[in-house]
Structure formats: C-alpha cells, structure tokens
Design a protein around this ligand. Structure first.
Ligand code: PGA
Length: 248
C-alpha cells in the first residue's frame, strides 16, 4: 500500500504573519490522519515555517531549488541552503517555472538531481497544455518530461521522488481534470515507470494538481493511481486544505 501525500503550494502569496496563522491553523487540524502532508512555501517564509512545524506531522518544502551546487548564480537558492531549514521536499518543474521563467526539461532534471544530492525529495511536476492535449500530445509531453530526468539521474532516482501530474489547463483555472482524465494519465505515468522498474512504479507517489478543491478531492483521490494532491489556491486556507487532506 502506498502512503498518500497532500502538498500545499503557496506560490507567491502571503506575509510572514499570514504564513504563521495558516501553518498554525493546519497543525491544529491535522488529527491522526495517516497520510503525509507538507507545505511548499516562499523561501523567505522557510525560517518561520520550519520552526513552527517542528515536532508536528506537517513537513515543509520549497517551491524550487537551484540546478547548481553553489557559486555565482544570483537569485538562486541551493539545495544545501534548503536543508538548513529542514526542507523535506522541493517542487521542480512547476508549469509556472517552465512557462514564465524558462525552465526546460533539462534544467528541471538538474534541479531534481541537486535536491536529491541533499536528501530533499523532489516533487517533479509534469503536465500538458490545453493545446498539447487537443493535439493528442499529452503522453509524448509526459514522456519527454520524465525522460529528461531518467536520462540524467537514472530510473533508480524515482525511488526517492514524487511526481505531480498537473495539466496546465487545470492550474488556477477552476477547470479540474475529471477523475477519469486524471487517472488515465496517472496510470500512464506509472506504467511508463513500471516498464523500467516495477518496484519503483509500485511505490512512487503520483499526485494530482490543478484546481483540486474540497468538493472534488475525494473523487480524485479514490482513483487507483492517484496518491494525493498538489494543491495551489485551496492550500491558502487552512480549512479548505485540511478538508482536502482529510478526504484522503
Ligand atoms: P491550483 O494550483 O490548485 O491553484 O490549480 C495547483 C498548482 O499549481 O500546483
């Protein structure tokens, strides 16, 4: 049985004060749910949030990580720096990074490797745009996004990683993929990995992201290959985020 995981992606939202309130609200409502839970927060909120989550079931993560070890890379934050704030996860290849900040399959793969070098679990985000879906390119896009990492890190690297399937057309749009649409791609991803390593495919957590909300999470999470969610908008409200978490 795979453990489920729900990850909040706060994106570029909030203040230190609102971050503190949100984290306290989440911790207060964790209960004894058996699934894993984390929040990926803006870098500058890491010191505060990592202190607040200490000795709780809530883990903290970053929304990106540098593709290099250290040096003259202005504006970047290295994986080693993230470990100083107990980051358990780092998102890599979120579609907003790919589309607004020039991340490519290759740089995403390098970020993935940097995270793993420091024992941070990369959450590799993959997904197609609406245009790509309409052109029947969904699976070839996913192949390319996975292959870049497999080529650089090898399939074994997926033994310590999470994959998030996030159809770009569903992110922040209120247009969630149907349970069946999401399951179809999740199953595809798992089979793709299984063809290279069955044990890793059986074990890896594959999250769904894209307008997941309290009212649609249960259906999505009930699908056999959906192991949880990467939650944007709905993770900015403790009650909504907890409802999603408890619907696992
Ligand atoms: P959303 O974002 O839940 O607001 O659609 C998901 C994400 O971008 O990770």
């Amino acid at each position: 049985m795979r453990r489920s995981l729900v990850v909040g992606n706060w994106k570029m939202n909030g203040t230190l004060a609102s971050a503190e309130l949100l984290v306290k609200g989440i911790i207060a409502g964790l209960g004894d749910n058996k699934a894993d839970i984390a929040v990926c927060v803006p870098y500058v909120h890491l010191p505060k949030v990592s202190e607040l989550v200490e000795n709780t079931a809530l883990a903290v993560g970053a929304q990106n990580v540098a593709d290099k070890l250290s040096g003259a890379f202005t504006g970047e934050v290295s994986a080693a720096m993230l470990t100083e704030f107990n980051c358990k996860y780092a998102l890599v290849g979120h579609s907003e990074r790919r589309s607004y900040y020039g991340d490519t399959d290759e740089t995403v793969a390098a970020r993935f490797c940097q995270a793993q070098e420091q024992n941070i679990t990369p959450v590799l985000c993959v997904g197609e745009t609406l245009e790509q879906r309409e052109q029947d390119e969904t699976f070839s896009i996913i192949d390319a996004q996975l292959n870049a990492v497999i080529n650089l890190a090898g399939i074994a690297a997926f033994g310590a990683a999470v994959i998030a399937y996030e159809p770009v057309w569903a992110i922040g749009t209120g247009k969630t993929a149907t349970d069946e649409q999401a399951q179809e791609v999740h199953q595809y991803i798992r089979k793709y990995i299984a063809a290279k390593d069955q044990a890793i495919a059986d074990k890896i957590q594959i999250l769904y992201g894209g307008s997941a909300k309290p009212d649609n999470a249960k259906g999505l999470f009930a699908m056999p290959d959906i192991d949880g969610g990467l939650i944007g908008g709905a993770s900015l409200d403790a009650e909504s985020f907890l409802k999603i978490y408890h619907s696992i």
